[in-house]
Design a protein around this ligand. Sequence first.
Ligand SMILES: *Cc1c(COP(=O)(O)O)cnc(C)c1O
Length: 392
Amino acid sequence: MDNQDKLETRLVQGGRPEKALEATVNHPVHRASTVIYPDLGTYLGRNEDGRRYSNITYGATGTHNARALAAAVADLEGGHGTVVTSTGLSAITMTLAALLSSGDHVLVSDSVYAPTRNFCANVLARYGVTTTYYDPGVGAGIADLMRPETRLVFTEAPGSLSFEMQDIPAIVAAVHARGALVAMDNTWATPLYFRPIDHGVDVSIQAGTKYVAGHSDLVIGLITSATQEVHRRIFDTTRTYGDVASPDDCFLALRGLRTMSVRLARQAESAMTVATWLNERPQVRRVLFPALPSDPGHALWKRDFSGASSLFGVVMERGDLDSVTRFVDALRLFCIGSSWGGYESLVAAYPTPLARDVVPFDEVPFLVRLHVGLEDPEDLIADLEQALAKAG
Ligand SMILES: *Cc1c(COP(=O)(O)O)cnc(C)c1O
């Protein structure tokens, strides 16, 4: 593909079947355990180094659908290669398992997606890897937290639920100066609005479950590495653990990717309209959304990101369970549910204090999170207005 093409062009073109007579626009779904070979020599040579990273050899390492999705995502991320995993969470845990060994130390953002924290506490600790958490506002100060055995910094911006921004370029510079790697969970921005690898990050992770899939009907993970060395370590780890995504889910995720730029552009615009309106309501203390000029992370967001997606937090003036329940239960267009990134609007509420080690988050007993979908934003605002009136 032509590297001069813009991202919107690349996500339409990447990973498509070769032009040929009777080719279809999309790869058909290749369901497989077994891949067959024309002769024994080819079969015996199937796993030779260099070949096992590109050839389709067995269903448990992904068929054409996974390779096509991986090719399209690697191109979009500007990375060396992408590994497709069974869930967004396994994209995170496989990366940690690939890059950390007994005796190593990992620094993790205090605002990280909570299951990432659970993996560090419940699995990495048993395997002799020490985790410490850092203030998402740390910036270049991450240097002071690094130890001789620090191998990896795991970051996520904005943070899950609390939406703090981070100075990624400053963190990358400090971490690389000490010979360690940086991995980033970039599910919120997607590579359309922030390209981690362009900013020096070594491993860019997306829960493809969210905006890539875009229709709330599958779970999948995407791990893109800047270099061949790191890509191979991660590919070999997923193979060792036997983590793979189904061909049907890869097909649907790639179908979702084709329209991600238009969905995201529309959802981002509506989210900005809704968040701006909400931020001025008397029942709302503050909206946690870096695209808003009032957000403490706005300057960093504006410097490094080219857009904001459609997920944000809401701190209600009265964040008690009664009032939050009245508000959420009164909503008609925002369905109550976990996950996000689909075409539909969602609402959820989370009890505080959030799991934290460094910076507590306990401003109100319940934090509300909204995901803005493709509905008309005026309808969404009308829905929120009638529900806010019931919140008291
Ligand atoms: C949802 C999510 C994940 C995990 O994705 P699953 O496919 O649900 O496992 C990881 N990171 C972030 C930031 C998420 O929101």
